[in-house]
Design a binder for this molecule. Structure first.
Ligand code: FES
Length: 229
């Protein structure tokens, strides 16, 4: 099995910045929205996590390495799950739901019991779960660090591919973004440039909302930038 350093394409003595830069480049290339596969994406995520948590050469990589106490699936009647004996991770907790799964079930963003219905349906996986966002991370970075392949293209607040809807909680927007006030007032945010400041419930993948579809710039517009920057 390839080592985490081989997966990221860096030397075993690479410093933190080199590892981080390699990871950020590779994760863009293998993201499912950019033509990669979910398996490749997760392998890169796991490699980065292993190095960050003190990987020693020769150590085996756990196939389940992306799953930690920092992420999980809320259960019906409570979200502690089987990890409740562990200390609470740092950061704010984000419970997420995939817009397409929500829409396919006839649920609405305005449903008071939206996340309870998701827990009752035991959706799990990429569809419904939670993770923690630490200080100085964007929501998109935090999702990727936990192995989730959320949509993005520009990573700079310009294309709306990464849009999410805040159902509960606070997520301030930086001044520079392209969302019209009406969408911002409806709780739409860009996950590549913002992060919640409180525990939050968020529907991601809302680029499929009709009002957002009109603003979308295609991912292909940003591929040249990604491969040369
Ligand atoms: S990825 Fe383009 S606005 Fe976030």
């Amino acid at each position: 099995m390839a080592s985490p350093y081989e997966i990221l394409g860096v030397d075993p003595d690479a410093d933190e910045d080199e590892v981080s830069d390699a990871y950020r480049e590779l994760v863009k290339e293998v993201h499912p929205d950019q033509g990669g596969s979910t398996e490749e994406f997760r392998a890169v995520q796991r490699a980065y996590e292993r190095i960050q948590s003190g990987y020693e050469p020769g150590e085996e990589i756990s196939p389940a390495g992306a799953t930690t106490a920092r992420t999980g699936r809320p259960t019906a009647g409570g979200d502690a799950g089987e990890k409740d004996e562990q200390p609470e991770p740092e950061g704010v907790k984000v419970e997420f739901l995939d817009y397409e799964a929500m829409e396919s079930r006839g649920w609405q963003l305005t449903d008071d019991d939206l996340f309870e219905k998701a827990a009752d349906d035991e959706l799990g996986g990429e569809t419904h779960g939670y993770f923690y966002v630490e200080e100085n991370e964007t929501l998109l970075e935090a999702a990727e660090d936990e192995g989730y392949a959320w949509p993005f293209a520009c990573r700079g607040g310009a294309c709306t591919n990464c849009a999410v809807a805040i159902v509960d909680g606070e997520m301030p927007s930086p001044a520079s973004h392209i969302l019209p006030k009406e969408l911002h007032d409806r709780g739409i945010r860009l996950s590549c440039i913002a992060a919640p400041t409180t525990d939050a419930r968020i529907v991601y993948n809302v680029k499929h909302l009709p009002a957002i579809r009109d603003l979308l710039l295609p991912a292909s517009r940003f591929e040249q930038t990604s491969s040369t920057d």
